[in-house]
Design a protein around this ligand. Structure first.
Ligand SMILES: Cc1cc2nc3c(=O)[nH]c(=O)nc-3n(C[C@H](O)[C@H](O)[C@H](O)COP(=O)(O)OP(=O)(O)OC[C@H]3O[C@@H](n4cnc5c(N)ncnc54)[C@H](O)[C@@H]3O)c2cc1C
Length: 272
């Protein structure tokens, strides 16, 4: 990559790269195949940190017991991501590097506050997921850098996460998606919360007004419902074949409310 820079492309699952090459939207001179680097793949637990290698396939995430147990929203998302053929080949790293505004992993990882590991000619560095997405199909990665892994901190007791997604048919990207990660504290108050939306902006995005309304608030259904209404304001959708701005804002509210309810019930059922 150092030698060829922008003339080279890394190949992960090829589920996005090959189609854009077919459409002549990318014509790299050199393709570097990451499939021959086993260290980039797999899920590791090291103390409180769970690391997902960039080359880990969607289907491995879907069926991972440790991930399903610790971060159930990842299994929610994997089961709804594309179709089984794409899930068998596509990777978490490829999805994050491609940075589709409706990409499901970006939305989930924003809710989880993940850290991304990067390696390049100048060495290794870490980027917080909040600083990763710069614009549509644009990330903090330099052309000669490789995304190596995603790092997540194990959730505390009384934490729960959930992902919901509206799509027109199997195999479609999200019209709207919502990811929630919340912790319930004493007196049934929300102690910590991160909410992210997909498909309703130039990149997957946080929902700051929803988060602010929930922080320290009671967990009763009416409080969750009024906080979810603010998702319509946090969403920044554009009209396209998947729907109008008003429709997408209404769906952002509805899907955020569902994700909040599910994350809360998981948090209440989790003791350690
Ligand atoms: C029919 C279809 C439906 C889909 N539906 C969904 C969906 O519902 N939700 C969703 O989230 N996604 C969806 N996708 C996209 C899918 O998740 C892809 O797998 C993903 O976007 C790209 O992953 P990949 O591993 O195939 O990467 P590739 O296609 O191999 O690479 C994509 C880009 O990322 C770069 N890249 C890959 N790996 C790295 C790395 N480790 N470091 C730096 N750069 C890297 C490549 O150079 C390339 O530019 C769909 C794709 C298809 C074809």
């Amino acid at each position: 990559m150092a030698e060829y820079g922008g003339n080279a492309k890394l190949l992960a699952g090829g589920m996005s790269l090959i189609p854009i090459m077919k459409f002549r939207l990318a014509s790299p001179r050199v393709i570097v195949d990451l499939n021959r680097i086993p260290d980039l793949s797999g899920i590791r637990v090291d103390g409180n940190t769970i690391t997902i290698g960039a080359m880990t396939r969607h289907q491995e995430i879907e069926h991972s017991q440790i991930l399903t147990q610790q971060f159930p929203l990842l299994a929610d998302a994997a089961a709804l991501l594309a179709d089984p053929l794409v899930r068998n080949r596509g990777t978490m790293g490829g999805s994050l590097a491609f940075a589709d505004p409706a990409g499901d992993w970006g939305t989930c990882l924003l809710a989880l506050g993940a850290e991304l590991g990067i390696r390049g000619p100048k060495g290794s560095r870490a980027v917080a997921i909040d600083d990763w997405f710069k614009d549509t199909y644009t990330t903090a990665l330099a052309p000669d850098e490789l995304l190596t892994e995603v790092r997540l901190t194990k959730p505390s007791a009384h934490s729960g996460s959930a992902f919901t997604k509206l799509k027109r048919k199997t195999g479609d990207f999200a019209t709207v998606s919502a990811a929630v990660n919340l912790t319930v504290g004493g007196g049934s108050k929300v102690q910590g919360v991160r909410v992210a939306l997909g498909g309703v902006g130039p990149t997957p995005l946080r929902a700051p007004q929803v988060e602010k309304a929930l922080q320290g608030a009671s967990t009763d259904p009416s409080t969750l419902a009024s906080a979810a209404q603010l998702a319509a304001q946090d969403a920044q959708p554009s009209e396209d074949t998947r729907g109008s701005v008003a429709y997408k804002k209404a769906m952002a509210q509805a899907y955020a409310q569902r994700a909040l309810g599910q994350a809360l019930s998981r948090a209440q059922g989790r003791t350690g």
